[in-house]
Ligand binder design. Structure first.
Ligand code: AMP
Length: 359
């Protein structure tokens, strides 16, 4: 069993080798920890800066056992790690944070929205479907336009289709692969916001100011934080965060995506049981950023302050936009965060910049 707080010099395990893992490693190393990464690819953003890299599939028991033997606590940097792998680690006494429940709920959009509503976090109306016939019934119940999404494994706008007419429901179901789906009511939001929050091992919570997010083609382009928000809106977000964190008995940082309605109400779109792209502004806008906060939480340390110390515009650098780094480097107000990915494929997240202004 691991003793908490985890002492500096200990090793933390991370499942996944992407940019979120890389930035978690930067934060962990500032606090004196080493990080062991388990990742499928031999060359990855996090693998290249990890103290120890285990190359293997996320469900490879020998690789998981090696990770377990090397580490005091294991976390993950993307939500599609197999729930069975986390359960395998937990069954062998490995402390995995966030725990298996958060992962299982987040991996299935129907379970997720059901959980949210049961815990007083409102969402759009939704209905599940596993056959073309059920898909048509779900669209009839929800009304058009409706958004049909695969229950599992969608991200960055993938795995979803708008249904404009009831007659198109079966075709949309087929186009999504005939897999179980959820049909959601269209949300007529005025803004997309997100709240990044954390819960420690002792149940302490900390909530960052809201971020306002702009997507293109389902991918986050730009966040502005702290978002313009009155006290009532901020308190609503804090209440939602507290309910979700408490309901999941959560340990770590969570990213909760929100829709703001014209009447000022917030609905939850989804949550990610990990550090989140819309929280990258905290690296240059807060004293303790989301990455350090996550490491503190999983290591059983006290949480750090979350108030903003600057106004930040975060821009994602997608594909060859990263080639503009010399221009960003010449801007005194701009902080550059590049992920060290070799291949600038179109739409791929290669880095981000934070443009910082005084509050
Ligand atoms: P998601 O994959 O659920 O994060 O959805 C990606 C994007 O699709 C969101 O950021 C929204 O812009 C949009 N979206 C998702 N669900 C809805 C909905 N029910 N109504 C309107 N827009 C949505």
């Amino acid at each position: 069993m691991t003793d908490f707080p985890l002492a500096p010099g200990s090793t933390i395990g991370v499942l996944g080798g992407g940019q979120l893992g890389r930035m978690l490693i930067e934060a962990a190393s500032r606090l004196g920890f080493d990080v062991a990464v388990l990742e499928r690819e031999a060359d990855s953003p996090a693998g290249r800066v990890a103290a120890k890299l285990i190359v293997g599939a996320y469900d490879d028991e020998a690789a998981l056992a090696e990770l377990a033997a090397a580490t005091g606590v294991v976390t993950y940097e993307f939500e599609n790690v197999p729930a069975a792998s986390v359960a395998w680690l937990a069954a062998r006494g490995v402390e995995v944070a966030p725990g298996p429940k958060a992962l299982a709920v987040a991996q299935d959009r129907f379970e997720e929205k059901t959980f949210l509503n049961a815990h007083g976090a409102p969402t759009v109306a939704f209905a599940p479907a596993s056959t073309a016939e059920e898909a048509a019934q779900a669209v009839a119940a929800i009304g058009v336009p409706a958004l049909m999404k695969t229950r599992r494994e969608g991200y960055d706008g993938k795995g979803q289709r708008w249904v404009e007419h009831l007659a198109d429901a079966a075709a949309a179901f087929a186009a999504l692969g005939g897999v179980p789906v959820i049909v959601e009511a269209a949300c007529d939001f005025v803004r997309e916001l997100s709240v990044i929050a954390a819960r420690g091992r002792d149940g302490e919570t900390a909530v960052y100011p809201l971020a306002e997010n702009h997507h293109e083609g389902g991918i986050l382009r730009r966040s502005i934080a702290p978002a313009r928000a009155d006290q009532a809106l901020s308190e609503q977000a804090e209440r939602i965060a507290a309910r979700v964190l408490g309901g999941l008995d959560y340990v770590g940082v969570i990213g909760i995506e929100l829709f703001e309605l014209a009447d000022g109400r917030l609905l939850v779109n989804e949550f990610a049981p990990r550090v989140h792209n819309s929280g990258h502004w905290t690296q240059d806008g807060c004293e303790v950023d989301q990455f350090e906060q996550h490491i503190r939480a999983v290591a059983g340390w006290p949480l750090g302050p979350t108030q903003a110390i600057a106004q930040v515009e975060m821009l994602n650098l997608l594909g060859d936009e990263v080639d503009a780094w010399p221009r960003f480097a010449a801007e005194p107000e701009t902080r550059i965060h590049l992920y060290g990915k070799r291949d600038a494929k179109p739409g791929r997240k290669m880095g981000h910049v934070n443009r910082v202004k005084p509050l």
